[in-house]
Design a protein around this ligand. Structure first.
Ligand code: G6P
Ligand code: MG
Length: 218
């Protein structure tokens, strides 16, 4: 096929945002400030280090570099407690059906995530071997909205960026896709993701016709 698909992980394939939230909230609690789900929106799609910086801004806290490193480790330990219990039941609606369709149609797809835990999560839910490549927080240096993660994904598929379709649930992720010159599909709240080229509430709303049309356009 002449098109390729790139999937974000957290919030698109699985709903791990709730586990990130619980782990960050635990840290905020221990530092003595309130951290809400609204604050958590700011952390979506953003790297672990940047997430901690935003959290500390929310709590108006200044800490030493050593404390920062320690918090990054303890937050991830708390997060791992949740994700090591994950099963295939936590794959979001429409994901399996869409991957099956892409396989049948011979359309390549890769993962494009900021998470260093991406391989572990994919193994937990049994999707690790389905992607042509996994581009994640271990293989890129520049965080979304930088296009690096998606450009590398396109390269892995040998597909031109302008022929790539990206599924994203984060504002930073939609921006990264647009910065890469790709077609960006916002998964989630349409108002929040208004910079996307197309919006859906979840992947059940993507029909086979959708890809057939995209392929005829290219
Ligand atoms: C994704 C999530 C973020 C998370 C980041 C890093 O982009 O949306 O909330 O902070 O990955 O994840 P990690 O698993 O490496 O801490
Ligand atoms: Mg996401």
């Amino acid at each position: 096929s002449n098109i390729g698909v790139i999937f974000d992980l957290d919030g698109v394939i699985v709903d791990t945002a709730k586990y990130h939230f619980l782990a960050w909230k635990k840290l905020a609690d221990s530092l003595g400030f309130e951290f809400t789900e609204t604050h958590n929106e700011l952390l979506k799609g953003v790297s672990r280090v940047r997430s901690l910086e935003i959290l500390l801004e929310v709590g108006n806290k200044t800490i030493t570099e050593a404390q920062k490193q320690a918090f990054l480790v303890s937050k991830n330990e708390d997060y791992l407690e949740f994700i090591t219990k994950m099963t295939a039941d936590e794959i979001l609606p429409g994901v399996n059906k869409l991957l099956n369709y892409l396989d049948e149609a011979g359309i390549k797809y890769v993962l494009g995530s900021a998470s260093k835990n991406a391989p572990l999560i994919l193994k937990q839910v049994g999707l690790y071997n389905r992607f042509a490549a996994i581009v994640d927080g271990n293989s890129v240096t520049k965080a979304k909205p930088d296009p690096e993660v998606f450009l590398l994904g396109a390269e892995k598929m040998h597909i031109k960026p302008e022929h790539c379709v990206v599924f994203e649930d984060a504002i930073a992720g939609i921006e990264a896709a647009k910065n890469a010159g790709m077609f960006a599909i916002g998964v989630g709240d349409k108002k929040t993701l208004h910079k996307a080229d197309y919006n859906v509430n979840n992947l059940t709303e993507i029909s086979e016709r959708f890809f057939e049309t995209l392929m005829t356009l290219n």
